[in-house]
Design a protein around this ligand. Sequence first.
Ligand code: SF4
Ligand code: F3S
Ligand code: FES
Length: 247
Amino acid sequence: MTAKRTFRVWRGGGDGALADYEVEVNEGEVVLDVLHRLQATQAPDLAVRWNCKAGKCGSCSMEINGRPRLSCMTRMSVFEPEETVTVTPMRTFPVIRDLVCDVSYNYAKAREIPSFTPPADAGPEGYRMAQEDVQRSQEFRKCIECFLCNNVCHVIRDHEENKEHFSGPRFLMRVAELEMHPEDSADRRMVAQDEFGLGYCNITKCCTEVCPEGIKITDNALIPLKERVAGRRYDPLVWLGSKIGLR
Ligand code: SF4
Ligand code: F3S
Ligand code: FES
């Protein structure tokens, strides 16, 4: 079945505007299919980032009727038949053009995280891990780096000034993964709090809600990391050690 739909699409850079298009939609299509049809028929210069069209590359992130989504995984059938579909770029990152943002903030934050640090004397047998430790990491490793979680988090979505001090849920999850890794010898707790901005997170769980991989970012990464930070901060031995200059 084919029908005409109204698509309202952001055109231009940060000072651009929404433009309306009447476009054909076929049964079974996703939003990215319709954007490609727009490019083919009415707006050949429409900028859209995409790659796999299978929900695995994380390139096609945008906001569809105000909700952060992957456009290649958003079926047209989720909208009401007469509903206008409004497509805008992710709001938290600077717009380059149309639906394409500059997401380099995320890569800069990724580079700030000290890498996996095994003990100096770790031999091959030292890398054996309990299955539950493997599974914990595997959940976090499902991340496709779509940055929808960082886009939706209010700490930076509405506060440009917080970007310097906050890594966003995606990279706090990476810090949590390393902190909970049995073979990582670095203590990442105070760094998480003081340098990556864990304290800014007030557990709204919006990041978890939009994650296309269904990763429980808040429950399985951010809250356990907060508990570890609190455990260290309020440990009386740590407190005493810091007073006498030992820790
Ligand atoms: Fe995307 Fe989820 Fe990874 Fe965040 S954690 S970047 S929402 S896949
Ligand atoms: Fe932001 Fe997720 Fe925390 S949306 S406030 S990082 S729970
Ligand atoms: Fe790869 Fe959508 S095009 S996730």
